[in-house]
Every structure is written in C-alpha cells, then in structure tokens.
Design a protein. Structure first.
Length: 283
C-alpha cells in the first residue's frame, strides 16, 4: 500500500448494503461527494486491475479489485459477501467518513447478574404487594376475604402455569403484569362483595346475597376485563420487546382472572353453603 491514502473517508457520503437481484447476494453501494467523485474517477482510471484497499485505524478491512474506470461518484463493492460481512464493511466505510478518529475510552461488559438482581428485586416487591393485599382482604372482608385470597393464589398459579406451557421467560415486565393482575383480581372481588353487602342489608339470606352479588356484578366485571384486554391487544400490536411481553402476560392473566373470579370463588361459596348451615355471612 502507499503511505498516503489516494482517497480519504471524508469524501464518502454514504455506504449501504444492497442485494443484487440477479445473484441474490449482498453488496455494498458507496457514493462520494463531488470532489470525491472526481478523485475516484482518476484513481480508478489509473489503477484498473489493481486492488483498492479500505483501511481504518491501520487495519485493512477489504481490498476489492478495480475492474473498470468508475465515474459519477457511485460504485459497488461485491465479492460473495455474507450479509454480516457486507454490513460490517458498510459500517467501516461510514466510520471512515467521520471528521475525527474513533477512540475507545472505556469498555464495560454488563453481566447477567445485573439482570438477575433486577428480577430478584421485582419478585421481592411483588411478594410484599401480595402479602399486603392478602392481609387487607382477610382483615376487611374476613371469611369472604379468605375466599378472595384463595382465588387470587389460583390466579397466579394458573398464570405461571400458562407462561411455563408457552415457554415464556419471566422478566420484569412479566412480574409487573402479575402484580397488576393481583390488584385486578382483588378489585373484581371487591365489586362482588360490596354487592353482597347491599343484599345483606336488604335482609336477604347469605346464600341469596352471594348469588345476587355475583349476578349483579357480572356485567361490571366483564366490562372492566374487556377494556383492559383491548388495551393489552393494542400494546401487543404496537409495542416492542418488553412491552409485548407485558401485553402477553396481561392478556393471559385477564382471561384466567375472569375464570377464577366468576367461577372458582363462587364454587367455593356454594360448597361452603352446602356443607355448613350459614346463618350470618362473615363479610
């Protein structure tokens, strides 16, 4: 190679990877500014059949052969590149057009322990939230709160089982979706229990109050879950990466929560009423 570069990177305006429609192989298309086009024309005319080395930071990244004189400021570099090789070469060419050299000041590698630490803290936060919700429901709604807690635990177990069946990985967005669904599960039961309280104040028996509470809150619970499901669908459609993971966990949880709220907890109440003679409902 010559000590002085015939053409410098500041004369290059662009370098992009394209696909040859005939051979279906990638190549690198380069363009020069007006000054670079004139110089490139002269260099290629004087060096037909010779190699044209592409050098960055003292390393030769490619040395294509000049086949013909190239005028107009546009050329292509081909040579049975793989897609990665062509992309790397285009990056080198664009980097060579920077007005200042690239100097690596610091190189830091992020290990998997940081991600694991974030997940551990997310699980801890979720666990604390679950404990607080369980205590609130047990203290405020008493026996009925315990039934709601049972449904919430089943909700989480079913969701984890569904994610495991799909081969999903538990991430921070997934943990956030689970915590949100715990709140939704409790919220649905609160709607039902408040309806049950209204029926008890009107003088209905415990069994009649529970049946009426579920029937009257049915449409409200369905409506809240459908609107949330629509939101999850929009997030999945337009989101990327973690947002899509959150949307998947949320969608599965909504469907599971509908089942545990409207079916499972009601079955528990019916079993209690069949087995025991309840004259006063602890709610």
């Amino acid at each position: 190679m010559k000590k002085k570069a015939a053409i410098t990177g500041d004369l290059l305006t662009d370098a992009q990877v394209k696909i040859d429609p005939e051979s279906n192989e990638p190549y690198v298309a380069i363009t020069f500014n007006s000054a670079g086009a004139r110089l490139f024309d002269q260099v290629t005319a004087a060096n037909i059949g010779k190699r044209f080395a592409i050098v960055l930071d003292g390393s030769v990244y490619s040395a294509p052969v000049i086949r013909d004189r190239i005028s107009g400021g546009a050329a292509q570099i081909s040579g049975s590149f793989s897609a990665k090789e062509a992309t790397d070469l285009a990056i080198v060419l664009r980097a060579g057009s920077l007005p200042a050299p690239v100097e690596i000041v610091q190189n830091v590698t992020v290990g998997p322990s940081i991600g694991q630490d974030s997940i551990s803290k997310g699980l801890l936060a979720g666990g604390i939230g679950v404990v607080l919700v369980v205590l609130f429901m047990a203290l405020y709604y008493r026996m009925a709160g315990l039934v709601a807690n049972f449904g919430m635990v089943l909700n989480v177990l079913f969701l984890m089982g569904a994610l495991a069946a799909l081969g999903a990985t538990l991430t921070l967005p997934g943990i956030a979706a689970i915590v949100l669904l715990i709140g939704m599960s409790v919220d649905s039961n609160v709607l039902i229990f408040e309806r049950v309280k209204e029926e008890i104040r009107l003088g209905a028996t415990p069994a009649m109050s529970v049946n009426a509470g579920y029937d009257k809150a049915f449409l409200t619970v369905i409506d809240s879950h459908i609107t949330t499901l629509i939101t999850a669908a929009v997030l999945f459609q337009f989101g990327t990466g973690p947002v899509k993971g959150f949307a998947v966990s949320l969608s599965l949880g909504i469907l599971i929560n509908l089942f545990t709220t409207l079916v499972t907890t009601r079955v528990v109440f019916d079993s209690i009423f069949r087995r025991f003679e309840i004259k006063r409902l602890s709610i």
